[in-house]
Design a protein around this ligand. Structure first.
Ligand code: NAD
Length: 266
């Protein structure tokens, strides 16, 4: 199958080019980056550190969606929404790793997924998706009188959204386990005289610095003991592997909005 990579000059984009090239049954069908950007026109494989393949990076996503079987998108929320509309228009499979989408943008994604198969996952690693399942289970067992849930995450200094999509995904898993809506209980930051912690709150703390790929810990703080579920990514490769696996899985599937949990059968 032919895979297109939008945002192919980015940190994840380059990784995805390499992963697609080495995955059996997958070929690079093309790629785009931001119109007017310095990478447009350059060889897609060369900028990813591979040997030249003769495919130039484009800036016209419409043409790309017409030529490939699936598109993988790790870009920005605004760009992703344009790509989702094109996927719906052309019936192309779309795998989205972009984080920081608003509630309205997520609702728009659901609309687009009525026309084609879309996989949307704030984190494509197998380990993190396993952590989602574990957190939901633990949160269902430890009620709000028993455990206070706090989520701590750290990422590299270039990351632009906070808390991370994965931290919010872990928060959603915990909220699901407790049968509540995350928006009703989330405390996304604390500063100054905040007052005592409310029972049932799910707190977030964000750290940024250096080249940290992504670290998340969900703490269940009880009286007299503490349970922590931690995931540490040491390479972006795990996200790229998950995304290519998702594209292969979604190819030929009915229209719908899928998650990594569907792909991993969790
Ligand atoms: P990055 O800034 O290195 O790369 C983004 C790329 O998208 C850049 O090359 C940029 O030029 C390009 N881009 C922007 N607008 C575009 C447009 N309109 N058309 C085509 N290309 C466009 O960022 P990154 O570290 O690669 O992360 C990208 C996104 O993926 C972020 O939202 C990040 O949080 C997310 N991410 C998700 C996972 C996951 O597993 N889901 C893992 C890592 C990163």
């Amino acid at each position: 199958m032919k895979i297109g990579i939008v945002g192919c000059a980015g940190r994840m984009g380059r990784m995805l080019v390499v992963e697609t090239a080495k995955t059996k049954g997958c070929d690079i069908g093309g790629g785009t980056d931001v119109p007017g950007g310095s990478f447009v026109g350059k060889d897609i494989a060369l900028i990813a550190g591979l040997e030249e393949c003769g495919i130039a990076i484009g800036d016209d996503p419409k043409a790309l969606f017409g030529e490939v079987d699936a598109v993988i998108d790790f870009t920005t929320p605004t760009a992703t929404m344009k790509h989702a509309a094109l996927a719906a228009e052309t019936g192309t499979v779309l795998v989205i790793g972009t984080t920081g989408l608003s509630a309205d943008q997520k609702a728009e994604l659901k609309q687009a997924a009525q026309k084609t198969a879309i996989v949307f996952a704030p984190n494509m690693s197998v380990g993190v998706n396993l952590a989602f399942a574990l957190v939901e289970k633990v949160a269902a067992i430890l009620d709000k009188e028993t455990a206070d849930i706090e989520i701590v995450e750290m990422h590299h200094k270039h990351k632009v959204d906070a808390p991370s999509g994965t931290a919010l995904g872990l928060g959603e898993a915990a909220a699901r386990g407790r049968g509540v809506a995350l928006d009703d209980v989330a405390v996304r930051s604390r500063d100054g005289h905040t007052g005592a912690r409310e029972d049932g709150a799910i707190g977030f703390a964000t750290l940024r610095g250096g080249d940290v790929v992504g670290e998340h810990t969900v703490i269940f703080a009880c009286d007299g003991e503490r349970i922590e579920i931690t995931h540490k990514a040491s390479s972006r490769e795990v996200f790229a592997k998950g995304a290519v696996r998702a594209a292969k899985w979604a190819f030929g599937k009915d229209a719908g909005l899928y998650s990594m949990q569907d792909i991993l059968g969790l």
